[in-house]
Design a protein around this ligand. Structure first.
Ligand code: HSE
Length: 436
């Protein structure tokens, strides 16, 4: 069979990682795909920059149109990131009848509906395994492996930078800012680290996971997003004292009354496997009716792990090229005309338990005031830690764990607690999930 020809838009760490995997495992890959896959060309910013060894045969160009308009290229792999020119170039490649593989999570989360529609019109596919959790084949697992299930919820550690920062804060008692700097130096963080630490990167990935889990159109704007920049090393230590770990989770829950789509730091019991996913590693836990819980773990970033997902997508594109659109696995797991536009709940409708850290004056009656406010809102306390005052402060932290409730009640209680004269500053509030 004729070899499949690939063109890369972008040839940085991830692009070269994919090309190296294709070159090194060429024999294994062609034994599986039934045909050779060869990289024809790649768009780069600087033709004279040194590349990884083994990529000498790749034609380099600075003009992306050399790739998207080349009639010899079957599959365009986009690894430049960002909205533009990535979106326009992919639409052009699709219009030219090329299959598209992308690692661009922001692009799929925000413009995927449009890209998929264009792909259907032109009888090609858009593949995006590398966009979520790097090397973990979680899209394929949910979309195909769990196709017989009704998915109830999923929870993922899907931003390696946040996980690395929280792990270092807990294990070594380091401060947030200090670990973030290190994560940037090590190259884990996105070009703009606020995407990582404020939850935006995880929200892009959650948007994609939720759509393939529940068969809803991509709804990035409906995701509740909270990052980790307000978490202190004291919070990680108190959580540990209570038998929990703080993880930055993306959660998608089918409540029956609508979907909860939320990204936020979360206390989870330390005995859960996912609570022990540390450093830059990623994991996605999926609860489905037939199979029960399944957990997918692995590298969420990096040249060859992400390259591994890209190569698998290229091989799928090579296979589906001869299949009619209706006989392919749908982009979002469900047939496009069977997607349901289910309501997404607002944050005040979420149901969770809470960890609260409240800094109070060390005087009688304060705890009683706080308990009364929580009781008035029908919020039940599950555990309390109160620390002794230190020599240099008249204030003490009170740490509370509550039972599950509707978030609106907690918002109202927190406003009343913060208004107490004996309470200093704002209340730190972290959601708690049992994931049982
Ligand atoms: N910045 C991302 C992370 C890279 O930290 O997980 C992979 O998407």
């Amino acid at each position: 069979m004729k070899p499949v020809k690939i063109g890369f838009l972008g040839f940085g760490t991830v692009g070269q990682g994919a090309a190296i995997v294709l070159a090194r495992n060429a024999l294994e890959i062609s034994r599986r795909a039934g045909r050779e896959i060869s990289v024809k060309s790649a768009v780069v910013r600087d033709i004279n920059r040194t590349r990884e060894a083994g990529l000498e045969g790749v034609i380099l160009t600075t003009d992306p149109l050399d790739v998207v308009n080349d009639p010899d290229i079957d599959v365009v792999v986009e690894v430049v990131g960002g909205d533009e020119p990535a979106k326009t170039l992919l639409l052009q490649a699709i219009a030219n009848g090329k299959h598209v593989v992308t690692a661009n999570k922001a692009l799929i989360a925000r413009f995927g509906n449009e890209l998929f529609e264009a792909a259907r019109e032109h009888n090609v596919s858009v593949a995006f395994e590398a966009a979520v959790a790097g090397g973990i084949p979680v899209i394929k697992s949910i979309r195909e492996g769990l196709a017989g299930n009704k998915i109830q919820w999923l929870a993922g550690i899907i931003n390696g930078t946040s996980n690395y920062i929280l792990t270092e804060m807990r294990d070594k008692g380091r401060d947030f800012a200090d670990v973030l700097q290190e994560a940037q130096d090590l190259g884990y963080a996105e070009a703009d680290p606020t995407f990582d630490v404020e939850g935006i990167d995880a929200a892009h990935k959650l948007t994609i996971l939720a759509s393939i889990a529940f068969g809803v159109p991509l709804k990035f704007d409906a995701v509740y997003i909270e990052g980790i920049s307000h978490i202190t090393r004291e919070d990680t230590a108190y959580a540990e004292e209570l038998g929990y770990r703080i993880k930055h989770l993306g959660l998608a829950v089918d409540t029956g009354d609508g979907l909860e789509l939320r990204v936020h730091p979360t206390l989870i019991p330390e005995r859960r496997l996912i609570a022990n996913v540390d450093g830059v590693m990623n994991a996605v836990l999926v609860q489905a009716d037939a199979v029960g819980p399944t957990l997918y773990y692995g590298a969420g970033a990096g040249a060859e792990p992400t390259g591994s997902s890209i190569v698998a997508d290229i091989m799928d594109a090579a296979r589906v090229a001869s299949a009619a659109v209706d006989n392919r696995v749908p982009h979002l797991a469900f047939q496009h005309d069977a997607l349901n536009d289910v309501r997404v709940l607002s944050s005040s409708e979420f149901s969770t338990s809470y960890y609260l850290r409240i800094l109070v004056d060390d005087k009688p009656g304060v705890m009683a005031d706080i308990s009364r406010i929580l009781g008035d809102e029908d919020i039940s306390i599950e555990a309390i830690i109160q620390k002794e005052p230190t020599a240099d402060s008249a204030r003490v932290p009170i740490i509370l764990l509550t039972r599950k409730m509707v978030e609106g009640a907690m918002e109202s209680a927190i406003a009343k607690i913060e208004a107490l004269g004996s309470v200093e500053g704002t209340v730190t509030r972290i959601r708690v999930e049992s994931l049982g």
